[in-house]
Design a protein around this ligand. Structure first.
Ligand code: SF4
Length: 434
């Protein structure tokens, strides 16, 4: 599909025409029972008070059952300037940037996720990550469309084999929301573009995996694999589990945070069939940790899926210990282990999001020792050019004094550890003595 056609489609009102809901009393008896059962099921999914006020204001004809239906959320995503302007007080910069946009990574925000954003404040963190601004069109030195050089390591379409024993399986080009800093901005949300995924393409990837017995770990990503229907994902997971040398599967997703209603009980039950299955959840800010996310992560954890988080460090959004600490602690409360904190990749037009690398170290130092060890993620730079993830950690070895290693604790105090025969820290001895 050409870009103009795509944009034309986006400009269509995404809402289905409002259907007057029949009064329950006028329904046949069997429908009444079904509707009551559905309504009861829907109400089992929480709706936090702010979100409820939001949807009553902006989607007044929507029932709780529809609101809690993930397919309704997908269908009703905010995708056009008109829809954005209906809900947000757009700045001139945002408006101009959206009007100018062409190609992949369109605007896409689930109504639920929009309910967490600042409607009148363009500087509100979640809004900044999803509504484009003029800064997105500025290309800075070192930026690229494919900074991690994934295309170079693509062995069959949609399958990236960079590390010796594991692969990245890009399952779809669709996400429920489109993040303005996305590493795969070139891939996602581009209907009709070259990165369209189909079962025929999956078959090629599966054939490659069957032939490569060194692969023991498959990470499903995209796009977002949780935007696939239950049957389709079940089919793919079944096929992967049938490959004997694949020891375990992982899914990378943002859905439990931006579309938590997608984690239905049936879906969690389906996933449970495919253990060992792990999940990495993309989170950004403590404002995302709502009652709904408590429910989605509980359902996944109850299905026995070990949950980890991935967070991109972003300027003015989460580059502060005062933001990051409640985020990490809130994840632990929801049985999600903070896994990675990433330095923002130098994707084209992302300079306004990127911090210095020191900022990441400062945040790790502000967490380590100051709160539960589990709450400290690994800080990593994904090396441009395909070097893979490189962990960066504060250097706590301050020197050596004879057989004693000199170490700095979280309070900045120096301690000695007896380490006869060791050499670590020797080159820093002078520094330590100063
Ligand atoms: S959910 Fe992930 S793949 Fe989709 S736009 Fe956001 S960062 Fe990119």
């Amino acid at each position: 599909m050409g870009l103009q056609a795509m944009r034309g489609r986006e400009l269509k009102p995404p809402l289905r025409p409002a259907q007057p809901r029949p009064a329950l009393a006028s329904l046949p008896e069997t429908n009444k029972v079904t509707n009551l059962a559905q309504a009861k099921t829907a109400l089992r999914f929480p709706v936090n008070p702010d979100t409820r006020a939001f949807y009553r204001r902006f989607y007044p004809d929507t029932s709780t059952r529809e609101w809690n239906d993930w397919r309704w959320q997908m269908r009703t995503r905010i995708r056009s300037l008109d829809e954005l302007a209906r809900i947000f007080a757009l700045s001139a910069d945002e408006r101009a940037a959206v009007e100018r946009h062409e190609g992949a990574l369109p605007v896409g925000i689930t109504p639920y996720y929009a309910s967490l954003m600042g409607l009148d404040d363009p500087s509100e963190p979640l809004r900044r990550t999803h509504i484009m601004t003029g800064a997105e069109y500025i290309r800075s030195p070192g930026e690229a469309d494919d900074p991690l050089d994934e295309d170079h390591d693509t062995v069959v379409p949609g399958l990236v084999h960079r590390y010796p024993d594991r692969v990245l399986f890009l399952t779809t080009g669709t996400c429920s929301t489109y993040c303005r800093y996305c590493t795969r901005a070139r891939v996602v949300g581009n209907p009709g573009g070259e990165y369209q995924f189909s079962t025929r393409q999956w078959e090629k990837a599966l054939a490659y995996l069957e032939a490569h017995s060194e692969v023991r770990d498959v990470l499903l990503s995209g796009g977002d694999p949780l935007t696939l229907g239950d049957d389709k994902l079940d089919w793919l997971l079944t096929r992967l589990r049938a490959i004997k040398h694949i020891e375990f599967l992982r899914i990378g997703t943002k859905v439990p945070v931006v579309l938590p209603q997608r984690i239905t009980k049936d879906f969690a039950k389906m996933l449970k069939k495919h253990h060992p299955l792990w999940m990495s959840i993309h989170v950004t800010h403590p404002a995302e940790l709502t009652d709904e996310v408590t429910e989605s992560t509980s359902r996944l954890a109850d299905a026995g899926i070990p949950l980890g988080s991935q967070t991109v460090l972003m300027k003015g959004i989460n580059d502060d210990v005062a933001v990051m600490r409640p985020l990490m602690q809130g994840l632990l409360k929801r049985r999600v282990k903070p896994y990675y904190l990433y330095q923002c990749d130098p994707i084209r037009g992302s300079a306004h999001f990127r911090t210095t690398v020191e900022k990441g170290l400062e945040i790790i130092e502000g967490l380590r020792g100051h709160t539960t060890g589990y709450a400290t993620p690994i800080f990593a730079v994904d090396a441009p050019g395909g070097g893979g993830k490189i962990q960066i950690a504060p250097d706590l070895v301050v020197g050596r004094d004879g057989d004693d290693l000199l170490l700095r604790n979280f309070e900045g105090k120096i301690y000695r550890y007896p380490d006869p025969g060791g050499t670590l820290g020797r080159d820093k001895r002078r520094l330590a003595a100063e």
